[in-house]
Design a protein around this ligand. Structure first.
Ligand code: PGA
Length: 242
């Protein structure tokens, strides 16, 4: 089964208009890699106008519209040219107490607008040290599987929390092991689409470890934070996947 690999940038709360312009002007290689740019919501419209493709929001409201000050709806994201939304990133789970119940509502909003989901999961350092990675993955995956939300276009981003922004990426072997377990979980629940779903690894992906990680049969690309903030560095990660 050939899955189109993904290199997804996650700028988090970084960047500015000048960086958007640099990225929009960068000659991204065509190739077989789907390049996705996850940007702060306030820059998405501009990025779209400048021709940067493909865009992802870093979050979305769980509500359709109405009295929810500060929130941004799936309809709004769609209107400004967004294709994907990252939901359930560990920073949102930690900083904003986001849980599966809420993420299911966000996912439903995205689905109703035909936006694609990059659903982030991953064990904490404590869970990792206690050997509870499988439990964490199951806790985060089961509710969305039971809710019938996972389809062929779903992208899962496995990001062990201890590897995010620490410079300590998971080993290629460990990442592939977990990805294979996630694939098996998908096979057991959504068998008809399980080989189409892209499973990304995230956590300290850099140009010098991307090629090695990408070897894993169930590693379909990356969600990249720090190394996605410079066009030439992110481009090298894309290059490691071609
Ligand atoms: P990092 O972040 O590449 O800086 O570790 C990854 C992420 O949080 O998506």
């Amino acid at each position: 089964m050939m899955r189109t690999p993904i290199a997804a940038a996650n700028w988090k709360m970084n960047g500015n208009l000048a960086l958007i312009e640099t990225f929009a002007k960068h000659a991204w290689p065509q190739g077989n890699v789907e390049k996705i740019f996850g940007l702060p919501a306030i820059y998405l419209n501009k990025a779209h106008e400048m021709g940067l493709k493909i865009l992802a929001a870093e979050d979305v409201s769980a509500h359709e519209s109405g009295a929810h000050t500060g929130e941004i709806s799936a309809t709004m994201l769609k209107e400004v040219g967004v294709t994907y939304a990252i939901i359930g990133h560990s920073e949102r789970r930690t900083d904003h107490g986001e849980n599966e119940e809420l993420l299911i509502e966000k996912w439903k909003q995205l689905k109703s607008q035909g936006l694609k989901v990059i659903y982030c999961i991953g064990e904490s350092l404590q869970e990792y040290e206690a050997g509870k990675c499988d439990e964490a993955v199951l806790r985060q995956m089961k509710p969305v599987l039971d809710a019938g939300l996972v389809d062929a276009e779903t992208v899962i981003a496995y990001e062990p929390v201890w590897a995010i922004g620490t410079g300590k990426a998971a080993t290629a072997e460990y990442a592939q092991q977990v990805h294979a377990k996630i694939r098996a979980l998908l096979q057991g629940n959504v068998a008809d689409v399980s080989d189409k779903i892209r499973i990304l690894y995230g956590g300290s992906v850099k140009p010098d470890n991307a090629a090695e990680l990408f070897v894993g049969a169930d590693i379909d690309g990356f969600l990249v934070g720090g190394a996605s903030l410079q066009a030439d560095v992110f481009d090298k990660i894309v290059g490691a996947m071609v």
